[in-house]
Design a protein. Structure first.
Length: 336
């Protein structure tokens, strides 16, 4: 009886959540249309709008009381709370384990009062239930992630002493094939960012968990050419989406800086040089790049004690000053 009542409560909760998600999707669509209409006439808001694309566009249909990653003061152990709880399968009564031979009745049926195993509720569009990473991954050393793409190979190195939980999640998703055959869906020239990691290509996709921020840069410019950072929907809402930085960006340091491109930056710049699809800034997941970059296979290498990264020269003061200035609205597409 208790199991039946719990199942009914879960079904009612799922129904309420689905109604809330539908309302949130419609509100998001209206907000995007409104932003698209006003952005073109407000030149001073171009950079701000670009930042909104990185922050707001990754917002999935999260529950109104989405779980917050909980960790100790030093961010350890890692926490990956489930966003949309799925009903756990209840044990099915089995035959008497002491029954042997002829005493075991193979025709015995299950208790007619037994409740069926709950069926997992549908997840919002773009959200995938792939399980959860371990909570205590390595906290030192370096790890190289290899992105095999249609345009060549990109390699990114993570420093596990700075972003152990983030690198752990990326490695876990790679092991599940989560990133395979996915394309980078958003190019934001105003902030030199190419956003990837969403199998749905809508900007709302990701795994069915979130995790806390790590290694947030301080000072400006916060992100430089070759940096790789997590996209988010606010503090501690990291999922699977991330962005490559191909110039000195004017973004604030609100995004987990987890990696450095050690090879293949020319590929990212090739995509950036192609610009964006005309009119795609108002489309879901846009603005879309003209040149498609697709990950055919993503793998995480072994943890090593030393870095494979060779630093590049620090940008000149003039370049850093340019990064903090508002971009010329005539040189970039209107962003919503």
């Amino acid at each position: 009886m208790s199991s039946s009542r719990e199942n009914r409560q879960r079904a009612a909760a799922r129904a309420r959540l689905e109604r809330q998600m539908a309302a949130r999707r419609e509100a998001a669509r209206r907000r995007r249309r409104l932003q698209a209409r006003i952005a073109g006439g407000v030149a001073s808001a171009v950079l701000l709008a670009a930042v909104i694309w990185i922050v707001v566009a990754v917002t999935s249909d999260e529950p109104e009381q989405a779980p917050t990653p909980v960790a100790s003061d030093d961010g350890w152990p890692c926490s990956y709370p489930e966003m949309f709880p799925q009903p756990s399968a209840e044990p099915t009564p089995s035959a008497d384990p002491t029954a042997t031979g002829d005493s075991a009745d193979p025709s015995a049926s299950a208790d007619p009062g037994e409740q069926p195993t709950p069926t997992p509720s549908p997840l919002p569009e773009g959200i995938q239930d792939v399980g959860f990473p371990v909570s205590e991954p390595p906290r030192s050393g370096f790890q190289v992630f290899t992105f095999e793409t249609n345009l060549g190979t990109i390699q990114v190195e993570a420093d596990l002493s700075k972003t152990p939980c983030t690198a752990n999640s990326i490695a876990y998703l790679a092991s599940k094939g989560f990133y395979d055959n996915t394309s980078c869906h958003r190019l934001v020239p105003e902030i030199y960012a190419l956003q990837c990691g969403d199998p749905s290509g809508t900007g709302r996709g990701g795994p069915n968990y979130r995790f806390a921020d790590e290694n947030l840069p301080s000072g400006l410019p916060a992100y430089h050419e070759g940096d790789v950072a997590m996209a988010n929907a606010g503090p501690d809402t990291n999922g699977s989406q991330f962005f490559f930085v191909y110039g000195v960006s004017g973004l604030q340091g609100n995004f987990t800086l987890w990696g450095k491109v050690i090879s293949g930056l020319d590929i990212i710049k090739q995509v950036a040089a192609g610009g964006t699809v005309e009119g795609s800034e108002t489309q879901e997941g846009g603005p879309h790049p003209n040149v498609q970059l697709t990950f055919t296979k993503v793998t995480a290498g072994p943890v090593t004690p030393t870095s494979a990264y060779t630093p590049t020269p620090t940008p000149s003061p003039e370049q850093s000053a340019d990064a903090s200035a508002e971009p010329d609205p005539s040189a970039t597409p209107s962003a919503s």
